[in-house]
Design a protein around this ligand. Structure first.
Ligand code: FE
Length: 145
């Protein structure tokens, strides 16, 4: 849910620059993160656990460039990957096979979560982080559904 909050802030920043394609990408990213959280909650409920919602920290919103958004995204997703991997290790240690299998989906998902911003950063590295290459990227990211 923090991820969703972080990406909501990034979508708002992109929209403020009229980069609506970039904003679209982060809005879809936000939706996906909520789905990931929902999937966790569903699993916990199925296993007889109790959902306890806590306060969500305000994300850092000092954005200065579009490239910076994707650098932050990649950095954040790496933290998430490490968290998922810790959960896998914990499930293994506890002999909780069902949870270990459940977590496999997130392990695979994190490969994509890191690959997406990496690809975008590579495109920005090729085309340049400003000007017309940014507008081309905006067009590409506007196509994400
Ligand atoms: Fe994510």
């Amino acid at each position: 849910l923090y991820s969703a909050y972080l990406y909501t802030g990034m979508a708002a920043y992109a929209a403020s620059l009229s980069l609506n394609g970039v904003a679209n990408w982060f809005k879809i990213q936000t939706k996906e993160e909520i789905e990931h959280a929902t999937k966790f909650m569903h699993y916990i409920t199925e296993q007889g656990g109790k959902i306890v919602l806590k306060a969500i920290d305000a994300p850092d919103q000092k954005f200065t460039s579009v490239a910076g958004l994707f650098e932050e995204t990649l950095k954040h997703e790496k933290v998430v990957t490490a968290s998922i991997q810790s959960l896998v290790a914990l499930a293994k240690k506890d002999g909780d096979v069902a949870t270990e299998i459940f977590l496999q989906w997130y392990v695979t998902e994190q490969v994509e979560e890191e690959a997406n911003p990496t690809e975008i950063l590579q495109k920005l590295a090729i085309g340049g982080k400003t000007g017309s290459s940014l507008l081309i990227l905006d067009g590409i990211l506007g196509q994400r559904k």
